[in-house]
Design a protein around this ligand. Structure first.
Ligand SMILES: Nc1nc2c(ncn2[C@@H]2O[C@H](COP(=O)(O)OP(=O)(O)OP(=O)(O)O)[C@@H](O)[C@H]2O)c(=O)[nH]1
Length: 605
C-alpha cells in the first residue's frame, strides 16, 4: 500500500470524501481535525459494510522548499465511545420522558456552589410561574413546614454524609402561602476525588391527594362516628403518649373509666336512636367537664374514658369526677322524651397505681366496677383490694370452667306449696356450686361470671336436663305430673340454645308443662327478635313461663299479656314483711288481684 495514492490504496474509504479532504489539506496547507467521523468500512464482496466512528487529524507535511509535500493522516477509532454516548442520550431521553410523564418536579443541587436548580414542573407544583423560586439550598429549607424542617434537612444531610438515598415526605410552602405534601427523592450523582458528594439530583412528587385520603382513613380508624370522640385505638395511643410525657416531666396522669348506669333501659324504653342521641349528649357534657388539653374518648357502648394531664402537683381530679357525675345525672332531652341516667366512675393514677397503660386501664375498670357495685352514681379510686377482688373473679371464672366436669355443681330444689291443696306440686331448680377451696359459692357471685364468660349456656342446659330427669322421676313416684321451674338468664336468650328443651321433654315422654321457664322482668323489655321468638316458641310448645321478682322493676302489664306469661312471682322483699308492713301487703294484695284477673297464677317467694 505504501507509496501508492490513497485513492488506490483504500478506494472504498477514499471515495467517502476522504480523498477530497486530503486534496484540500494538500492544497491549503492547513491541518484538519475531525471528530467522530463516520467511516463505512468495506468487507469482502457481498458482505455489508460496518460503521466506525473515527477522530481524524489531517496534518500537512512541508518540504524543504516550504511547500506541501504530503499529508499525514491519523485516525483514532472511537466507535465504542460514540455508541456509549448514544445509549446514554437515549436513556436520558427516556428518564426525562418518564419523570415528566409522572408529573414529578426535578431538582439539582450543586453542593460546592450551593446552586439549586429546579424544573418548571417543580415550580408548577408549588403554584409558581417561570420566575426563580429556589436558587439556593437555604431557599428550599425556608419553604419547609416548620414541624417537618428538622427531619427533612437531617435526612438530606444524612445522604450527603454517605447515608442512604434521600427519601422523605414533608410539606412545602406554595405561592399562596398554603403548604403542600410532597415526596422528595434524591441521590448523589457526582463526587470529588475524595469521594465527597458534589452534586445531588432528585424529584418531588405532589402527594397532597394521597395525604388527604390517608387523613380520611386515619380519622375513620381513630374517631367514634357517633360522638366524634377519639375511639379506643386513639385513646390507647394518647394514654401511652401521656404516660411517656409524664414520665419525662415527673408529672402525674389521671385515668377515669366512666360507664353509664342502666343505659340499656333508655334503648329498651325509648329506642336505639334515642340511645344514640343520649350518647352524643353525654360526650358533649363530658368534654365540658375537662380542659382542652385533656382527652375524652368513647371506648364503645356506654363506656367512656377521660385522661387528665399536666396536673403539675395540683390534682383537681376529684372535682372533675364529681362534676362528671353531677352533669350526667341531669335529665337528657331527647326530642320529646326525657331520660334520666347516672354514671359510675373508676379513677386510677399514674405513677401511684401503675406504670403501664394496660395496667392503668385495668385498674380504672376495676374501680368503676366497684362504683357500680356500691350502688352506681358515684366514683371510686382504685385500691389494691379491688385488684385482689378482680383476681378472685378471674380465678373463679377459671374454676367455673371445670366445675361441671368436676361435678362441683349441683341443683337444689325449692318446693312450691299449692295453698288450696296444701300439697307440693312444683319446685324451683336452684343451682349451687360447691367450690373445692371456698366451699359453697353464692349464685349471685358466680352466675354473673358465667354470663360474662358465656359458660351460662352450657351450665343452663345442664340444669335443664337435671330438672327434666327429676320431674320425670318425681312424676313417676307420685303418679301426677310434677313441674320444675328453671331460671333462664337473659344471656341465654341472645343465642340459639344448643340443647332443644322441648325436644328433650318429648324424647323423655314428658308433658311440656313438666318444666316452667323463669325469666326476669328486664328481659321482656329487650327488643331483640330472639327473645320474642323464643318466648312464643315456649308458649306454642306448652312450656309455661313465670316472671321472677315481680314488682321490683317495670311491672309492665302490657308485656304480661303480650307474651302470655303464666305465673308471677312476687319478690321476696314484699313477702318477707307482709305481716308487719302495710305497704308490702298492699302491693302483694293488688298484684295477686291483678294477676288473677289476667288469668295468671301467683307464687310468693
Ligand atoms: N343506642 C346505642 N346503644 C348501644 C350502642 N352500643 C352499645 N349499646 C347498648 O348499650 C348497652 C350497654 O349495656 P350495659 O352497660 O351492660 O348496660 P347498662 O344498662 O348500662 O347496665 P349497667 O352498666 O350495669 O348499669 C347495651 O344494651 C348495648 O346494646 C350504641 O352505639 N348506641
Amino acid at each position: 500500500m505504501v507509496g501508492r495514492p490513497c485513492r488506490e490504496a483504500v478506494p472504498g474509504i477514499a471515495a467517502q470524501g476522504y480523498a477530497a479532504l486530503v486534496d484540500n489539506v494538500f492544497a491549503s496547507g492547513k491541518p484538519f481535525i475531525g471528530h467522530q467521523m463516520l467511516v463505512k468500512v468495506p468487507h469482502l464482496a457481498g458482505e455489508p459494510e460496518t460503521d466506525r466512528y473515527v477522530d481524524f487529524v489531517f496534518q500537512p507535511l512541508f518540504g524543504a522548499d516550504g511547500k506541501v509535500s504530503g499529508v499525514f493522516v491519523q485516525g483514532n477509532d472511537v466507535t465504542e465511545q460514540k455508541l456509549a454516548q448514544k445509549a446514554l442520550q437515549a436513556s436520558n431521553e427516556r428518564w426525562k420522558f418518564a419523570i415528566e410523564g409522572a408529573r414529578d418536579g426535578v431538582w439539582d443541587w450543586n453542593v460546592l456552589t450551593n446552586e439549586l436548580v429546579v424544573s418548571n414542573r417543580y415550580k408548577e407544583i408549588l403554584g409558581h410561574g417561570d420566575e426563580e423560586v429556589l436558587g439556593r439550598y437555604e431557599d428550599w429549607a425556608s419553604k419547609i413546614y416548620p414541624e417537618d424542617r428538622h427531619t427533612a434537612i437531617e435526612s438530606l444531610q444524612d445522604t450527603v454524609q454517605g447515608g442512604p438515598p434521600f427519601h422523605i415526605e414533608y410539606r412545602l410552602r406554595c405561592n399562596d402561602g398554603q403548604y403542600k405534601w410532597v415526596l422528595s427523592r434524591g441521590v448523589v450523582v457526582a463526587r470529588d476525588e475524595n469521594g465527597r458528594p458534589t452534586r445531588l439530583t432528585g424529584t418531588i412528587t405532589d402527594i397532597s391527594e394521597k395525604k388527604q385520603t390517608e387523613e380520611i382513613i386515619w380519622r375513620h380508624a381513630s374517631f367514634d362516628y357517633l360522638t366524634g370522640l377519639p375511639n379506643r385505638r386513639l385513646f390507647r395511643d394518647r394514654l401511652e403518649q401521656e404516660v411517656r410525657k409524664a414520665h419525662r416531666e415527673g408529672d402525674e396522669v389521671v385515668l377515669m373509666f366512666i360507664d353509664l348506669d342502666r343505659f340499656k333501659e333508655v334503648n329498651d324504653l325509648l329506642g336505639h336512636d334515642a340511645g344514640d342521641k343520649l350518647l352524643a349528649q353525654v360526650s358533649r357534657r363530658l368534654t365540658s367537664c375537662v380542659r382542652d388539653s385533656d382527652t375524652v374518648a368513647r371506648l364503645g357502648g356506654d363506656e367512656f374514658t377521660v385522661i387528665l394531664t399536666d396536673l403539675h402537683g395540683h390534682p383537681h381530679f376529684e372535682q372533675v369526677a364529681q362534676k362528671i357525675i353531677t352533669q350526667l345525672a341531669k335529665p337528657f332531652w331527647l326530642e320529646g322524651d326525657t331520660a334520666h341516667i347516672s354514671a359510675s366512675v373508676g379513677i386510677t393514677l399514674y405513677p401511684a397505681d401503675g406504670f403501664e397503660p394496660e395496667g392503668l386501664i385495668r385498674n380504672a375498670d376495676q374501680a368503676m366496677y366497684a362504683a357500680k357495685h356500691a350502688g352506681r352514681n358515684q366514683f371510686r379510686f382504685f385500691t389494691k383490694s379491688m385488684q385482689d377482688e378482680a383476681q378472685r373473679r378471674i380465678q373463679l371464672t377459671q374454676d367455673l370452667r371445670n366445675a361441671l366436669a368436676a361435678e362441683e355443681l349441683f341443683v337444689h330444689y325449692q318446693p312450691v306449696v299449692d295453698l288450696d291443696s296444701r300439697r307440693i306440686t312444683k319446685a324451683e331448680a336452684l343451682l349451687r356450686w360447691n367450690h373445692p377451696t371456698y366451699g359453697l359459692v353464692e349464685p349471685t357471685q358466680f352466675i354473673p361470671l358465667a354470663e360474662e364468660s358465656g359458660l351460662i349456656h352450657e351450665i343452663g342446659d345442664w340444669v335443664f336436663t337435671q330438672a327434666a330427669s327429676c320431674s320425670e322421676r318425681w312424676g313417676e313416684n307420685s303418679g301426677i305430673p310434677f313441674q320444675i321451674s328453671v331460671n333462664r338468664s337473659p344471656v341465654q336468650f341472645l343465642v340459639k340454645a344448643s340443647v332443644d328443651w322441648t325436644g328433650v321433654l318429648k324424647s323423655k315422654g314428658l308433658p311440656p308443662h313438666s318444666i316452667a321457664v323463669e325469666i326476669t322482668e328486664g328481659l321482656l323489655l329487650n327488643t331483640s327478635p330472639n327473645v320474642a321468638e323464643m318466648l312464643y316458641r315456649y308458649r306454642d310448645a306448652g312450656i309455661q313461663v313465670a316472671l321472677d321478682d315481680f314488682g321490683t322493676g317495670y311491672s309492665s302489664l302490657a308485656y304480661l299479656k303480650r307474651f302470655d306469661i303464666d305465673y308471677l312471682k312476687i319478690d321476696q322483699s314484699f313477702v318477707r314483711d307482709i305481716e308487719k308492713n302495710e305497704g308490702s301487703r298492699a302491693i302483694a294484695d293488688s298484684t295477686i288481684a291483678m294477676a288473677h284477673r289476667l288469668g295468671l297464677k301467683v307464687i310468693a317467694e
